[in-house]
Ligand binder design. Structure first.
Ligand code: PDD
Length: 287
């Protein structure tokens, strides 16, 4: 069966799924999104992503297109129709379609809703995690509301492309103080030279990653202490281990930062343990 996408109340063949030219998502990036990992056809970290989606909408004063229960059905139906066992489910909600004008449409229009889902080759992702990946650093150039999961991702895209052109898998943004904020689509972590697991606190201008949040709890349960405080690029280079987290990457070991080897240049033991714990937990808690 070919892929299908949900657009504003209907499922379409993926190639025919369209939004209007004057959708505010297209015109202004006036919208938000979420990404769930899918395990065995079920949505991982379901509540966390749903809560953050509603928060992002509220922060931007975009109406909810339907109830949480109805939206859950649409997400599940999209996964089902695309026969996704292991993969991703993507939702985007924009302020809707209206004549191009910067203020919110008046009278308001219905928000637009799209949902897609696709399979991911988890075997090749696992192989990547066994080897680890490279990271480069780039200056932080984003707006001051990175806690909102907005579709306005231009700095993130430029950063990811810069990483790709240097043979790296991710770019870590670095603020004016030389401290890492987060990755272009992931949260950044190290096991520092003292052996302390560190990731930036959420008072900083970063996305409050759901994988990050759950991993902090899982680390505590496993007796691994987490310190939520910033680290510099220099500290990252001298770290024993490094990794990044996201729904699309789980826990991905980092083996170099700007060409400097981390530890012995292989995924570290704490990182590998956390990846295993996270995957086991997320798979069994998926709904
Ligand atoms: N990105 N930081 C940024 C800037 C992100 O875009 C993401 C997620 C994360 C990790 O958040 P979470 O653990 O909730 O997935 C951190 C998604 C996967 C994306 O843009 O595709």
């Amino acid at each position: 069966m070919s892929r299908q996408a949900y657009v504003n109340g209907h499922f379409y063949a993926h190639g025919d799924a369209m939004v209007h030219v004057e959708d505010r998502g297209f015109q202004f990036a006036d919208g938000v999104y979420e990404v769930w990992a899918v395990f065995d056809g079920k949505l991982a970290d379901f509540k966390g992503h749903m809560d953050r989606l509603e928060r992002s909408l509220d922060e931007l004063r975009i109406d909810r297109p339907m109830s949480r229960a109805a939206l859950t059905n649409v997400l599940r139906e999209t996964v089902r129709r695309n026969r996704v066992r292991d993969g991703l489910c993507y939702i985007q909600i924009t302020r809707g379609q209206a004549r191009r004008d910067h203020p919110f449409p008046d009278p308001p229009v219905a928000p637009s809703l799209i949902v897609t889902s696709r399979s991911v080759d988890q075997a090749s992702a696992a192989a990547k995690a066994l080897k680890g990946v490279a990271v480069v650093t780039v200056p932080e150039t984003r707006w001051a509301r990175c806690d909102i999961k907005s579709v306005a991702l231009l700095p993130n895209i430029l950063a990811k492309q810069a990483a790709k052109e240097k043979g790296a898998a991710e770019a870590w943004f670095v603020d004016d103080l030389g401290l890492v904020t987060e990755g272009s689509s992931t949260n950044a972590w190290i096991v520092d030279s003292e052996g302390v697991l560190r990731t930036r606190d959420t008072n900083a201008n970063i996305l409050r990653g759901i994988t990050r949040h759950n991993l902090i709890d899982l680390a505590h349960e496993a007796g691994i202490e987490v310190s939520q405080r910033p680290f510099s690029v220099e500290e990252a280079k001298q770290a024993k281990e490094a990794f990044f987290t996201a729904a699309s990457a789980f826990v991905m070991p980092v083996i170099s930062v700007d060409g400097t080897k981390i530890g012995d240049g292989k995924p570290g033991p704490i990182t590998s343990k956390l990846r295993t714990i996270y995957l086991e937990n997320a798979r069994s808690a998926a709904v």
